[in-house]
Write a protein that binds this ligand. Structure first.
Ligand SMILES: C[S@@+](CC[C@H](N)C(=O)[O-])C[C@H]1O[C@@H](n2cnc3c(N)ncnc32)[C@H](O)[C@@H]1O
Length: 250
């Protein structure tokens, strides 16, 4: 198994080459309910039956204590949200994962802005399900400014003043951006960055089974992690390789 490589193939073919208990962290976003049109030449198909063996394989290749971050959203069809995200989350639990944290990625602009005649509020978030294989260690990001920073209570019981920052909450807000890449749905670099910092350590192996434009690979390399990626479209694979070549250790 070659690492620091994006495999231009179905992720099931890549995972067939990965030994059990091998990956420290997976950060990925799968196709969402066919919400976006990807490279038609790649011929990929997506539905719950295709998702199931992929989830099972992700469980097999994840190390004990390893984590999977699954960034996903639902389509609204005939007036109802599909609920695919929840269905997938529950299936990951059936595979053996803990649902460690249901986090929210709040976007800066809404997918379906609400108008005056709208029957629902603007859709402005996606789920970031964090699954763990057994108990996980994490490096919480401590960047939420404390309102009471420097405060010492009047009774004098507090030995040290309140610290400047606390661990952040589990709703993360990012600006959606294409980062100049020609892919219909890249996730923000900072989103991948913050999950890599939270759930892995230097030299760990990070996997993205739906690599798209290479965001996870780029942020893994910039944070001194190794990566493996799968991407079924040769066009996106080339975009990703071009995007990471200046950061690649090889
Ligand atoms: C939501 S996009 C991922 C975007 C990526 N996070 C980024 O920042 O660019 C999903 C990607 O999965 C790819 N894909 C779909 N089915 C696949 C499969 N079975 N194996 C590998 N890649 C697949 C699509 O071609 C698409 O590029």
């Amino acid at each position: 198994m070659e690492i620091n490589k994006i495999y231009n193939e179905d992720c099931l073919s890549t995972m067939a080459k990965i030994p059990n208990d091998f990956i420290a962290l997976t950060v990925t976003s799968p196709p969402y309910d066919n919400l976006r049109t990807y490279d038609k030449k790649s011929g990929f198909k997506w539905n719950f039956e295709i998702f199931k063996p992929i989830a099972e394989e992700i469980y097999r290749v994840t190390k004990e204590g390893g984590v999977v971050v699954w960034v996903v959203g639902d389509a609204t069809i005939k007036g109802s949200e599909t609920g695919t995200s929840f269905k997938q989350a529950l299936y990951f639990k059936e595979c053996g994962f803990n649902l460690h944290d249901t986090m929210i990625y709040e976007k800066n602009s809404s997918t379906y802005p609400a108008g005056k005649k709208s029957s629902r509020y603007s859709q402005i978030f996606e789920y970031m399900f964090v699954f763990s294989k057994g108990k996980t260690k994490c490096n919480l990001i401590i960047d939420k400014p404390n309102k009471w920073k420097g405060f010492k209570d009047f009774s004098g019981k507090l030995k040290n003043p309140v610290l400047d920052f606390s661990p952040r909450n589990n709703i993360w807000k990012y600006t959606t951006s294409f980062n100049g890449v020609k892919h219909p749905a890249p996730f923000p670099e900072k989103l991948a960055n913050d999950h890599i910092l939270s759930w892995s350590n230097e030299n760990d192996l990070v996997y993205d089974p739906f690599m798209g434009s290479g965001t996870t690979a780029k942020m893994a390399l910039l944070n001194n992690r190794n990566f493996i990626g799968s991407e079924i479209s040769s066009e996106y694979c080339e975009i990703a390789k071009e995007r990471i070549k200046e950061f690649d250790k090889k």
